[in-house]
Structures are given as structure tokens and as C-alpha cells.
Design a protein around this ligand. Structure first.
Ligand code: HMG
Ligand code: MG
Length: 311
């Protein structure tokens, strides 16, 4: 037997909390800005140091993110958020203008490895979106902003099925070359399995330094935690997750929540990997936000803790 089958695990991992964006964009009703501010505040108090808080996309496409301007202005005034990296999605020049006016310092552009998903999500082909992002990333960097680049559909597409890994590498490489500081590989519909995700990560790491890769895993098929572990074994050190297991993409039918932050923190801390997150405070935040949006959390840790409290 191998002495330590998880020898590749690091001492610490950086978690990017995407609940306020990926989670809330998928809810039927838009949450008032006040509640979105409170969510970010609670997540930061639980120890999360990177939070994707909103999106400067078209409100006609995703109304739930409409008031991100006001959200960021309000967040900028909170002293307890000093030292927390807040970011937002930006799809085009109009979005960059709005982000800049709201005082955002980190943005994310979002491309895809599937042609049909790219059309549905951005109304543009992969090539058109990359050309648009090239200008956008240059303009953002000129303004001193840090830019992350997402690649959606790294393991499967809701419209096209299998997605060739070579296409994922191509898009990841293009985003890296144009100046994205981090490339987030998104299993948008959660169909990937650990060996598949490991294959994609290794292939991308041949094009982009592995230290610049992050994994953004949806849990539709219950694989996200296992896939996160596979990513860590391949050298990934940045993982996205959403409180309560909220999440999904309005343009990816059937895509359910993200890897739940509570489950990720429980697995990592239990395995001796530091996250800086206070699990009790996080579980409390999950209960609170799920109550606000009228959902039962899908995070197993929160369900288990809630059941234990009820006994
Ligand atoms: P379009 O319709 O081709 O663009 O959409 P347009 O330029 O023709 O604009 C249409 C209208 O929207 C116009 O208004 C624009 O002014 C307005 P009108 O003239 O009709 O009154 N508009 C905007 N308003 C505010 N802010 C803006 C903006 N842009 C245009 N930035 C567009 C193109 C890219 C805008 C649209 O497709 C869009 O917003 N897409 C975003 C979709 C989205 O947010 N999807 C979810 C996030 S991605 C995701 O969840 C995946 C991820 O989690 C990773 C993973 O899981 O794999 C990141
Ligand atoms: Mg997502």
C-alpha cells in the first residue's frame, strides 16, 4: 500500500467564494442589495478572503446581478472588508466602465470551450469573445485591475455533450496570453469525474503555469469534492466554492449548485489543509442565506450540523 495516498495535498488552499455571484444569479428572485451586502459581510467575517460579489453583465440577461454597481459602492464603505479581495464578472466594455465607476479592483472575463454555450451565454462565438476579451483585458490592466479568465464547459457542455480537452487548453492559453492573472477552469454542468478533471488540469498545466490555474466545480453529479481533490493532487491551489452549495448558470440548463464551501472546508481542514475559514460561522451563514432565498442547503456539512442541532 502507498504510504500516503494523498501526498500531493498542500498545507493550505485559497478558496474563492462565488456564492454572492454564481449562487444568487441562479435564484428566481433578485435579492435586495442590503441582503447581498450582508452576505458578503458574513462570508468575510467567516474568514473568506476572496469573494466574487457580483456581475456587471446586461441586466436584461441576468436581472439578479442588476444592482452590482450599488452593491460594490456599499461594500467599499465597509472597514471590516479591508484585506478582502472582492471581484466581479465583466463581459464587455460597458461592464468594465460600470465596474470602474463602482471602484472594483478585480474583474473576471468568462469564455467557454464550447461554441454553443459561448453563443448562449455571451451571444458571441468563442473567437469573437476572445477578441473582445483581448481588448477588455488590456483596458482593465491599463486601469490597474487584476483580471481572472474563466473557461466554461471544461468537461462537458449542456448543448454539445463532450468537449475536447484540446479546446479547453486553447481557450485557457489564449486567456493567459492576453494577460489574465488566473485561469479558472469551470466544470459548468458538473459532469466531470476525477480522472477526467485531472487530465484537463494536466493538459492546461502544459500551457499555463499550474500556479495560475483554479478549479470552479459545479456539483450536479455529486463529483465536485472528489474532483477538487483530484485537482489538488495535480497541483491546483485555488478552488472556487459557494456557500450552502448555491449556484448554477441561467444559460446551462440542468446545472445545479457549486461545490459547497462548507463541504470543501470540512474536507480540507479535516485533512490538515488550512483554509482560514471558521466552519461554524460559515454554516451559520449558509443557513441564513438559504433561509433568505427559500432553499434547503445542499451542503452535506450544513445538513449534518442542522440535524445534529435538532436532536
Ligand atoms: P447582447 O444582447 O449581444 O449585447 O449581449 P448588446 O450589446 O446588444 O446589449 C443588449 C442590451 O444590454 C443593451 O441594452 C445594452 O445596453 C445592455 P438596450 O440597448 O437593449 O437597452 N448591456 C449592458 N447593460 C449593462 N451592463 C452591461 C451591458 N452590456 C450590454 N455590461 C452580453 C451580450 C455579453 C451583454 C450578454 O450576453 C450578457 O450580459 N451575458 C452575460 C450572461 C451571464 O452573466 N451568464 C452567467 C455568468 S457565466 C457563468 O455562470 C459561468 C461561470 O460560473 C463559470 C462556470 O460555471 O463554468 C463563470
Ligand atoms: Mg459557475
Amino acid at each position: 500500500m502507498r504510504e500516503d495516498p494523498l501526498a500531493g495535498l498542500p498545507d493550505s488552499v485559497e478558496i474563492v467564494e462565488v456564492g454572492p455571484r454564481d449562487g444568487l444569479q441562479n435564484e428566481r428572485a433578485s435579492l435586495p442589495v442590503e441582503a447581498r451586502v450582508e452576505l458578503v459581510r458574513r462570508l468575510a467575517a467567516a474568514g473568506l478572503r476572496r469573494i466574487e460579489a457580483g456581475a456587471f453583465v446586461s441586466p436584461k440577461w441576468v436581472p439578479q446581478m442588476a444592482a452590482s454597481d450599488e452593491l460594490f459602492r456599499r461594500l467599499a464603505g465597509l472597514p471590516e472588508l479591508a484585506g478582502v479581495r472582492l471581484s466581479a464578472l465583466v463581459p464587455n466594455a460597458r461592464g468594465l466602465e460600470r465596474a470602474r465607476e463602482a471602484g472594483v479592483t478585480e474583474i473576471a472575463v468568462f469564455g467557454a470551450a464550447s461554441e454553443t454555450f459561448s453563443h448562449r451565454n455571451l451571444n458571441a462565438s468563442i473567437a469573437e469573445s476572445l477578441a473582445r476579451f483581448r481588448e477588455l483585458v488590456a483596458a482593465a490592466r491599463d486601469l490597474g485591475l487584476r483580471v481572472r479568465g474563466y473557461v466554461s464547459c471544461i468537461a462537458g457542455c449542456p448543448y454539445e455533450g463532450d468537449v475536447p480537452t484540446a479546446r479547453v487548453v486553447e481557450v485557457a492559453g489564449a486567456l493567459y496570453d492576453m494577460g489574465c492573472a488566473e485561469i479558472a477552469l469551470g466544470d459548468t454542468i458538473g459532469t466531470g469525474t476525477p480522472r477526467h478533471i485531472a487530465r484537463v488540469v494536466r493538459a492546461c498545466a502544459g500551457r499555463v503555469p499550474v500556479a495560475r490555474l483554479a478549479l470552479h466545480l459545479h456539483d450536479t453529479y455529486g463529483q465536485a469534492l472528489a474532483n477538487a481533490l483530484a485537482g489538488l493532487e495535480c497541483g491546483v491551489r485555488v478552488l472556487d466554492a459557494a456557500v450552502g452549495g448555491l449556484g448554477g448558470c441561467p444559460y446551462a440548463p440542468g446545472a445545479s449548485g457549486n461545490l459547497a464551501t462548507e463541504d470543501l472546508v470540512y474536507m480540507l481542514e479535516g485533512s490538515g489543509v488550512r483554509t482560514g475559514v471558521d466552519l461554524d460561522a460559515l454554516v451559520e451563514t449558509a443557513r441564513w442565506i438559504c433561509g433568505r432565498v427559500g432553499r434547503t442547503p445542499t451542503a452535506r456539512v450544513t445538513l449534518a450540523r442542522t440535524a445534529a442541532c435538532a436532536r
